[in-house]
Design a protein around this ligand. Sequence first.
Ligand code: ADP
Ligand code: MG
Ligand code: MG
Length: 890
Amino acid sequence: ETVDHKYVYDFAEGNKDLKDLLGGKGANLAEMTNLGLPVPPGFIITTEACKAYLATGEEPAGLAGQIATHLEALEREMGRRLGDPDDPLLVSVRSGAKFSMPGMMETVLNVGLNDRSVVGLSAQAGGNDRFAWDSYRRLIQMFGKTVCEVPGEEFEHALDEAKRAKGTTNDLDLDADDLRGLVDAYKKIFVKHTGREFPQEPREQLDLAIRAVFESWNAERAVVYRRQERIPADLGTAVNVVSMVFGNLGPDSGTGVAFTRDPGSGAQGIYGDYLANAQGEDVVAGIRNTVPLQELEQLDKKSYDELLAFMARLEGHYKDLCDIEFTIERGKLWMLQTRVGKRTAAAAFVIAGQLVDEGLIDLDEALHRVNGAQLAQLMFPRFRLDHEFQPVAKGIGASPGAASGKVVFTSARAVELAAEGESVILVRRETNPDDLNGMIAAQGILTSRGGKTSHAAVVARGMGKTCVSGADEIDVNVPAKRFTVAGQTVNEGDIVSIDGTTGKVYLGEVPVMPSEVVQYFEGSLEPEHVDNPLVRAVHRIMTHADGKRRLAVRTNADTGADAARARRFGAQGIGLCRTEHMFLGDRRELVERLILARTDDERDSSLAALLPLQRDDFVEIFREMDGLPVTVRLIDPPLHEFLPPLEQLAVNVAVAQERGEDVAKEEALLAAVRRMHEENPMLGLRGVRLGLVIPGLFAMQVRAIAEAAVAVTRAGAVAKPEIMVPLVGAVQELETVRAEAEKIIAEVVGDSGVEVLIGTMIEVPRAALTAGQIAEAAQFFSFGTNDLTQMAWGFSRDDVEGAFFWRYLELGIFGISPFESIDRDGVGRLVRIAAEEGRAARPELKLGVCGEHGGDPDSVHFFHEVGLDYVSCSPFRVPVARLEAGRAAV
Ligand code: ADP
Ligand code: MG
Ligand code: MG
């Protein structure tokens, strides 16, 4: 005898930690039930059942029976039978995955209604025919659209038609007869598209709805959303079957959404939207304009007070911002959903700080509540305060930021223009899940309807996109591709600016300035004196991160100015100073002479001319980095990059010859360029190979570094140069360069007290695999994870991202580009091997990383785990790396 696998859980059997199995919505409904809050009874079908269904296309064995058992128990508890003609139990069938995917999957309300039970429902509600027929028409609409793929517009047209016939724009003006007529119209639409009558059998409705929720896991928009949010594709969704409560029973009923703090700013207070005489989806869909939750106090004080008490209770219990969906049925409050709410980056910091103050969490936990991506967002510019633009409209600041761009009205157009490199603002009356691709492509989103909890607002906050919602002065006409506001017409392609903090909308491009968080990092805002909760919270959390982290954070900087800024941002040295830009501009000519030199004398004289220029560059950087280490990389790119392109040169020579001019010099240059032409320059004569082939080149650079260090030290500062040799694959390469360098250093440094380290980049796989040998000759390793990634995978970063990465992402070969976030299994393994074997050979070996990955949050955690000493990243990523290094350590 086999025991059935358990696929169905009663609310009382679950809890908030079972999100993998019960989904977020189900686990939290269970938690609220067990806390004793008023949740309508129901049960949860597990994600395992969904996965089994999606794998085979059939409900797993035992599921139907378990649903029947739980349904019977629910019917007993409620004293009603599903779809009973006289006194029907109705249920909602709701999706709910482990991670919240707002509006991405399906929900069907009022399951159990049919031609007979609609009459019973009316009687149950004291002869409220209007309510019963309104509920029935909603069922056919939702069921038709989500279960049977009937185009939603058809229902909307029929509804508009009914309102027009009645001479109204408000659905509340439709009476019972109108709605009965609408049900007939809906049924015809249903038959037309499905070839069958609307199913009258309640259990069949239930089973089909459950199946539709399972299948909605793979709906295109859900797939797009998961990719965007990096949610794994194989989790599946749970299904919640919940007995219905009704917010559409009249003016003493209604439905709403609430947050325990402002999800935009983090401020404490009461935030939410309420809509009287309405059913669930109406609030989120922005169908009618909602009222602020505070107004519920006037409408129904008892429910309002009770709601606030429940909210405080939930916050204390979850120790975090919660968002809540509730419905009031004739003065009785029901809790329909809660979860730890999505919030903006600013709110994440502010709330983490508040929760510490309130004693709910400690600072280590506060560090877990924020992340580097959020901090990066807070460093984006905002609109200047002194600009002279006048707002043309004001909506709700639904998701902060400053965005300017060309107006577009459809998701498709947004995607198109963004692909051409344009900034676009997607303007809609309201967004729906089908707009997702356009929202991803847009710089910002502007809607004329909906509140803080509308689809646009919730999704934009999740993505960190600027959004102004509910700007109702704006009249959007999508088919005509224009909107009108304040007597002006704005057409597709016109530029607008939106401020997601204040909700203001401007015509034209408003100038921007650094955010207050950047001003704080720059040192122009003192946290203690600032009356700005965000700056105070950032300061406090960053200070804690700095105290906890084991990784040092350096910066990549090639100029004194970059070095100075990075230092203000907290950089503890330079991890990568590239020297190639020092060969550009008016120095190009010297470089050309060097490359073209036919004799030792010619070569030496151009090197001699370059020496003081390079030295001055280093002096500036060492001075800015007084007391901190500076890793200078010897010249790396192939030499032809410093010469004009072959085709252009060939044309110039031909033209000049035609004119009879003297072209000896150009011809020599052309010959040299031809000679140096390589099929795969990135795998050719570059890095250490250059140093070994062109006598005197590395020697000149080493001399410039050493002389600069001595000069800076003599002037009273402390220079700590670290010379880094690029592209080493064999210890002999490094030994050769090092022997020459040490001689020069000894000669230059003398008794000045300057100490110069010599090390290498680990960026060729062979170097990683022979790290034990290489460490014998290196005082430090710096992992060049960009090249290491290219060479480990065998693809060129400059060529492949657009060519086929999209397909690799689609197939799941990558979850994310390996250039963005380190590939732990492959490239990461090389790093690990090199770190272990390098340290085994030389325990005091310094280890760092200087690729783009040094500023990527996930990669920083990896480098922490591997035990590197520091990461290095661009100046603007330095605070992000500090924060993530702290998070990795707690
Ligand atoms: P989503 O995940 O998209 O928010 P939900 O499953 O929460 O979808 O359902 C959408 C709306 O339907 C919610 O606003 C909720 O209030 C309403 N709703 C769901 N179940 C019930 C129910 N049993 N009674 C009344 N309203 C419900
Ligand atoms: Mg919901
Ligand atoms: Mg490299």
